[in-house]
Ligand binder design. Structure first.
Ligand SMILES: [Zn+2]
Length: 481
């Protein structure tokens, strides 16, 4: 392949379901996973004469998203009808904000390479229903079922400028975007449940030419991995076409995860195909300044602010601060530990090491951190005061998680208290020295490594209940004096 001679330009459109209890223009529930067609009414199914009423909470969450993304709020925006026929759209149109969006000109900063990805617009709209194709394959399905529960669920669409130039930059943009929206409490942004969905626009042109290629849209990607793979595939496909002197058709394509390729869905016409018209049943959306101020005041802390706090006030390294702000539940857990008196760096090390390691192995999400902050802080206290050794602490942590008992209970029940009686420790050290004349001689000859072996023997004899640093010093004293 000669794809190195080509450049790609990527823009993303992200649909995000808002965390409201009810739909955008009616009172039906937005709960995910309810039996099909149980959360429907005349408004969201578009029966004649039914009138929409905008959801106050949805507007508020849309504003939060806009503020979190540094966008300019339009105090006056409006609703429009986007007309198209599709079975999961019972009204025959979707209410969206076409002429004037809720907000414009936001941005997301990515770090590798450092770059500002501009956000063109953020607008409110309603979701469509869901088509469930028998056998999950639209091309071979004998029938299709329709679930209108999702019809009318509030969405925001976040449209980026075509500022990304690799699948990796697209992934970073999406991760940062997801994190901001999660911290702002706008959405649960679960790609696997469809509350965050991504459409990609990608065009390819020979490097160094000014003419931009024709954009191809890849619709409805449902994981970051799919985004990266679909974009990589599409880049190669388009570069190959250009290489062969063929033209790229402007079209919408679908990513087939199983076949790892894209196939054409429909030829994309101009946006006029949708026959946008102002929504006659809704007046303009006019926001009071005071309402925007109120939303600003109630805005939860965002990752950038928390990272600054962790590094500047708590003295954590940048890396730790970034990891702890991967998720709001995780940073709340850490904050709570610090509030209960834990040393920030020690707590960070345990959370990022043993706890996140355990969670990864068990496939737990940050919504299910498997122990309480009380128990972690208590364990750190036992460690700090020398009651248990660092090695024992690791085992205690797992037992706390798996039994739900407190660290003190476990230490007491299993006799894990650190050997701190010098006499007891000294006699064990003496035994180890007598049993290992070879390594002892090595230590005498100045071989640093041999001391590690002897420390290990003492730790083994005490079943990990000794302090290795202390054992090290005592061993050296004993052997070298
Ligand atoms: Zn409804």
């Amino acid at each position: 392949m000669t794809e190195r001679a080509y450049d790609m330009t990527i823009g993303l459109e992200v649909h995000v379901e808002l965390l409201t209890g009810s739909k955008m223009f009616c009172r039906c529930s937005t709960r995910f996973g309810d039996p099909p067609n149980t959360n429907v009414c005349p408004v969201c199914t578009g029966l004649p004469g039914a009138l929409p009423v905008p959801n106050h909470e949805a507007v508020k969450l849309g504003l939060r998203a806009a503020l979190g993304l540094g966008a300019r709020i339009n105090l006056r925006s409006g609703f429009d009808r986007k007309n198209y026929f599709y079975p999961d759209l019972p009204k025959g149109y979707q209410i969206t904000q076409y002429r004037t969006p809720l907000a414009e000109d936001g941005f997301i900063e990515i770090s590798e390479p450092p770059k500002r990805i501009r956000i063109q617009r953020i607008h409110l709209e309603e979701d469509t229903g869901k088509s469930i194709h028998a056998g999950d394959d639209i091309t071979t399905a004998e029938y299709t079922l329709l679930d209108f529960n999702r019809c009318g669920v509030p969405l925001i669409e976040i449209v980026s400028e075509p500022d990304m130039s690799s699948p990796e930059e697209a992934r970073q943009y999406l991760e940062r975007l997801q994190r901001v929206l999660r911290f702002a409490g706008v959405s649960d942004v679960k790609m696997e449940e469809g509350s965050m969905r991504v459409d990609c626009n990608i065009s390819v042109k020979p490097r160094g030419t000014a003419v931009s290629g024709k954009p191809v849209e890849i619709k409805n990607l449902s994981s970051f991995r799919a985004v990266v793979r679909a974009l990589s595939y599409e880049f190669q496909r388009q570069a190959r076409l250009l290489e062969e002197g063929k033209t790229v058709v402007r079209e919408t394509r679908h990513w087939d995860e199983a076949k790892e390729s894209t196939y054409p869905l429909r030829t994309k016409g101009s946006s006029q195909d949708y026959r946008y018209l102002p929504e006659p049943d809704l007046p303009d959306l006019v926001l009071e300044e005071s309402f925007v101020e109120e939303v600003k005041r109630d805005m939860p802390r965002l990752p950038a602010e928390i990272v600054a706090y962790y590094t500047e006030k708590l003295g954590l390294p940048e890396y730790d601060a970034e990891v702890l702000t991967l998720d709001p539940n995780l940073s709340r857990f850490f904050d709570d530990c610090v509030e209960r008196g834990a040393d920030p760096k020690t707590a960070a090390n345990w959370i990022m090491g043993d706890i996140m390691g355990y969670m990864n192995r068990q496939g737990l999400t940050y919504e299910k951190i498997p122990l309480s902050t009380e128990n972690l802080v208590e364990m750190l206290g036992l460690l700090k005061s020398g009651v248990i050794s660092g090695k024992i602490a690791k085992d205690v942590l797992v037992k706390v998680i798996e039994t739900g008992k407190t660290p003190s209970e476990i230490v007491k029940e299993e006799g894990l208290t650190q050997v701190s009686d010098e006499g007891e420790l000294l006699s064990i050290i003496q035994e180890v020295i007598s049993a290992n004349p070879g390594p002892v001689q090595d230590v005498k000859n100045g071989k640093e490594k041999a001391i590690g072996f002897l420390v290990g023997q003492v730790m083994k004899a005490t079943r990990g209940r000794a302090n290795p640093a202390k054992v090290n010093i005592m061993l050296k004293e004993k052997i070298l004096s």
